[in-house]
Design a protein around this ligand. Structure first.
Ligand code: G3H
Ligand code: 13P
Ligand code: ZN
Length: 309
């Protein structure tokens, strides 16, 4: 089956009250781990690439690897640009064959965000590609944009309605207290589900996206630290909260940090336990297996089994 857009996935998700997992990719092992897991669970999946990941892996390599994933599986796969910084990057991805792009105008004023998003929507829609936009600011780090935690700006539900009506975007990322990276909460995890509910009341037919939604899996943090890493006090969004978000109308849940942790923890383990090993396949295989395991777990237990086609 060729690459699909997120349209059908999101329709099903909104009807049945669960979210689809969107996983960040930047190399072969990560792509294989994610796709093998989704394939085994017979679940649709969104593969997403940031602009810095494109720079790292290079567009032709990325496209060929995703093409290989599509050719060797039977599940619906969408290829999505994560945090598109400008019109040009979105256009490049649309032209390269992505089925979905995000234009992240959240760093701009409301009016500038509307204008930029409209421009991307117009181009993407003319090529059959769907567009995710963002309104409100997440705490933490988004690509090279650093938003101080206390500047985090929750999404205004009324503005969300106006934004979607004026831009024609297909889905909307909102800020309800999540943040990117491994340090999401100092104390208790807390998300503003009240804001999510109000947004959903205003735009019930628009799929909602949750960024910064890694669990920051404690076992992986522990494993990293045990084998020489230094990521103390890392904390993410508990699985129960992610399930709740799905029930309340979140259709897409973004995961990158958990994949990074799975890869790094497992490579560290091999390096620590077998210092004489220098065949990359010997440490990249367990890393790939670990990506498959955590993605499989999430699809089965967090993104709900009704995820299956
Ligand atoms: O939301 C950001 C993603 O985790 C991508 O991060 O720009 O370091 O690839 P990156
Ligand atoms: P995490 O850092 O929580 O994995 O979030 C990833 C993300 O939002 C990608 O856009
Ligand atoms: Zn994000």
């Amino acid at each position: 089956m060729p690459l699909v857009t997120t349209k059908n996935m999101f329709e099903k998700s909104m009807k049945e009250g669960f979210a689809i997992g969107a996983f960040n990719i930047n190399n072969m092992e990560i792509i294989q781990g994610i796709v093998d897991a989704a394939s085994e669970k017979n679940s649709p999946v969104i593969l997403q690439v940031s602009s810095s990941a494109i720079k790292y892996a290079r567009m032709p390599y990325l496209m060929k690897m995703v093409e290989a994933a599509v050719e060797t599986t039977n599940i619906p796969i969408a290829l999505h640009l994560d945090h598109g910084p400008d019109f040009e990057t979105c256009k490049e991805c649309v032209d390269a064959g992505f089925t979905s792009v995000m234009i992240d105008g959240s760093k701009y004023s409301f009016e500038e965000n509307v204008e930029l998003t409209k421009k991307v929507v117009e181009y993407a829609h003319s090529k059959g590609v769907v567009v995710e936009a963002e309104l409100g600011k997440l705490a933490g780090i988004e690509d090279d944009v650093n938003v101080a935690a206390n500047d985090a700006m929750y999404t205004d539900p009324e503005q969300a309605k106006e934004f979607v009506e004026r831009t024609g975007c297909d889905s909307l990322a909102i800020a309800i207290g999540t943040s990117h990276g491994a340090y999401k909460f100092k104390g208790e995890a807390k998300l503003r589900f009240d804001i999510l509910q109000k947004v959903k009341e205003k735009i019930p037919n628009t799929p909602i996206v949750l960024h910064g939604a890694s669990t920051v899996i404690p076992e992986l943090v522990e494993m990293c630290n045990k084998f020489g890493g230094e990521i103390p006090g890392a904390k993410g969004v508990p699985n129960e909260m992610l399930k709740e978000a799905g029930k309340l109308g979140v259709s897409k849940i973004n995961v990158d940090t958990d994949i990074r942790l799975a890869v790094t923890a497992n490579i560290r383990k091999v390096f620590a336990e077998k210092p004489s090993e220098f065949d990359p396949r010997k440490y990249l295989s367990p890393a790939r297996d670990a990506v498959k395991e955590i993605v499989g777990f999430k699809i089965e237990n967090v993104f709900c089994s009704s995820n299956k086609e």
